[in-house]
Write a protein that binds this ligand. Structure first.
Ligand code: GLA
Length: 400
């Protein structure tokens, strides 16, 4: 992976694009990190029209819609073939995309779709290369509200063909390809969230907002395992300053409720995403969701951290052994504090002691334990016992 292209490359590539394009005005969408659901993490290539309808129904029935989950996003494998005029068609799993969009809209929800800048999607289906304007128009006609645009075959189709071995030229091509779709979406006049998925290459956070990107993946794919989630979290430090209303770092979609994640791991995963101001796109099997998973996904206090209108992404404050402390500044001077036990042992015989001074706090702090749902007063150096991979998440409204 070419995860750390230099600042100078980013600036050169951006200058090349901005010289010909004023900053697009898709800023009215995604003023807080997008919330919704995406088909990939659970259904992958099996997803059908019925799964999308059932998921939309369940978002409403489960209380997720009321909690803020609005986008119902179809990921890869909806695509059929282009006709003689180049118009894209759906495959048999999705008989009528307009009717599906109407259905999702009838529930008061929004609908998202997926394509990419290469010839093929990651699943090998037709993508948008050479058909960007045509596809954007089609999405708008269907009533699409969100596009995830995934790099996939663009490396082989374009970068390696047009600029073999030339990283700077490849980066310019990358920026231009995403910019092209950003402009095409903008030209439709429909507010469509533009989600860049190219795995955090080419310092995407430096140029995505200027080409109309509302969020951009910062890493490769997530999967429902603690090690992967922790590895992704560990790659977010240093990106805080790039996030803000209308443009967000995307550490990938949620795995809450998937695989063998423990409840503690699900809580930690969700807490981190909230502290990181990450998009909250659930990726689980909604019709068969357990109540305890529903409770995690709809914890209003934790969602309020994620959706805080100041839009300031949180950061890792300090570590002590295998305990990490993260903080996020919130509107009105409030502070969210997350204490994570990332080790595999319970800290009980040697409990962790929260050092408030390291967070710039002095004296006892009145707050709310967001997973316990109770008021709490934090005192300096107080011992905190945490199970393996569990989290203590506190909101302090008036830190001192
Ligand atoms: C890539 C993306 C995933 C998903 C798949 C679909 O791997 O990163 O999130 O969209 O493609 O094929």
């Amino acid at each position: 992976m070419r995860n750390s292209a230099s600042l100078s490359l980013a600036v050169i590539a951006l200058a090349a694009v901005t010289a010909i394009s004023p900053a697009p005005a898709l800023a009215q969408v995604a003023q807080t990190p997008p919330m919704g659901w995406n088909s990939w993490n659970y259904f992958a290539g099996r997803v059908t029209d019925k799964d999308i309808r059932d998921s939309a129904d369940q978002i409403v029935a489960s209380g997720m819609k009321d909690a803020g989950y609005i986008y119902v996003n179809i990921d890869d494998t909806w695509e059929g073939k282009r006709d003689a005029d180049g118009v894209m068609h759906t495959n048999d799993k999705f008989p009528d995309m307009k009717a599906l969009a109407d259905y999702v809209h009838s529930k008061g929800l929004k609908i998202g779709i997926y394509s990419g800048p290469g010839n093929k999607t990651c699943g090998g289906y037709a993508a948008s290369l050479g058909h960007e304007e045509q596809d954007a128009k089609l999405y708008a006609e269907w009533g699409i509200d969100y596009l995830k645009y995934d790099e996939c075959s663009f490396t082989g189709d374009v970068l390696e063909k047009q600029a073999p071995g030339d990283k700077a030229a490849q980066m310019r091509l990358m920026v231009a390809a995403y910019s092209k779709m950003g402009k095409a979406l903008q030209a439709t006049g429909r507010p469509i969230v533009f989600s860049l998925c190219q795995y955090g290459w080419d310092a995407v956070w430096e140029w995505a907002p200027a080409i109309g990107g509302n969020l951009w993946r910062t890493t490769g794919d997530i999967y429902p395992g603690w090690d992967r989630i922790y590895s992704i979290v560990s790659q977010q430090s240093g990106l805080e300053s790039y996030a803000g209303p209308g443009h967000w770092n995307d550490p990938d979609m949620l795995e809450v409720g998937n695989g063998k994640l423990s409840l503690a791991e699900n809580r930690s995963h969700f807490s981190w995403w909230a502290l990181l101001a990450a998009p909250l796109l659930a990726g689980n099997d909604l019709p068969h969701m357990k109540p305890e998973i529903n409770a995690i996904l709809t914890n209003r206090d934790v969602i309020a951290i994620d959706q805080d209108s100041l839009g300031k992404q949180g950061r890792h404050a300090y570590s002590d052994g295998e305990v990490e402390v993260w903080v996020r500044n919130l509107k009105g001077g409030a502070l969210a504090i997350g204490v994570f036990n990332v080790g595999s042992d319970r800290y009980s015989t040697h409990p962790f002691h929260l050092d408030l001074a390291k967070l710039g706090l002095h004296g006892p702090q009145a707050g709310k334990d967001l997973w316990g749902g109770k008021p709490v007063t934090l005192t300096n150096k107080e011992p905190i016992e945490l199970g393996s991979h569990d989290v203590f998440l506190v909101r302090v409204d008036a830190p001192k």
